[in-house]
Design a protein around this ligand. Structure first.
Ligand SMILES: [Zn+2]
Length: 102
């Protein structure tokens, strides 16, 4: 990724143009195929969405992957429920160990 530096990125004012360009790069890198680590049963292997591997503001190419819409949805749901589980556990019994949770 040496040709793509965050330093250069920050000086480009066109957010949409930048994202469209990133998207095109990620798509090309994936050869249009879904790169999900866990595929949705509805996935046909064809990618449609550009996704942040680790949710947040990291738009580096290392943190982007090309996903099928269904896998993208699945991943978002899994992230949300993992977050909810974590929050619920912290709220309830911070010291409780959950032997059955894994
Ligand atoms: Zn998939």
């Amino acid at each position: 990724m040496s040709w793509y530096t965050s330093d250069r990125r920050d000086r480009l004012p066109m957010a949409h143009g930048r994202w469209a360009r990133l998207r095109a790069i990620v798509r090309e890198r994936a050869h249009d195929r879904c790169q999900a680590s866990v595929h949705s049963p509805l996935c046909d292997g064809h990618g449609t969405d550009c996704d942040h591997i680790v949710p947040g503001d990291d738009d580096s190419l290392d943190n982007l992957q090309w996903l099928n819409h269904n896998c993208h949805k699945l991943k978002t749901q899994r992230e949300a429920s993992a977050r909810n589980r974590r929050d619920a556990r912290l709220r309830k019994h911070p010291k409780e160990s959950n032997p059955g949770s894994l």
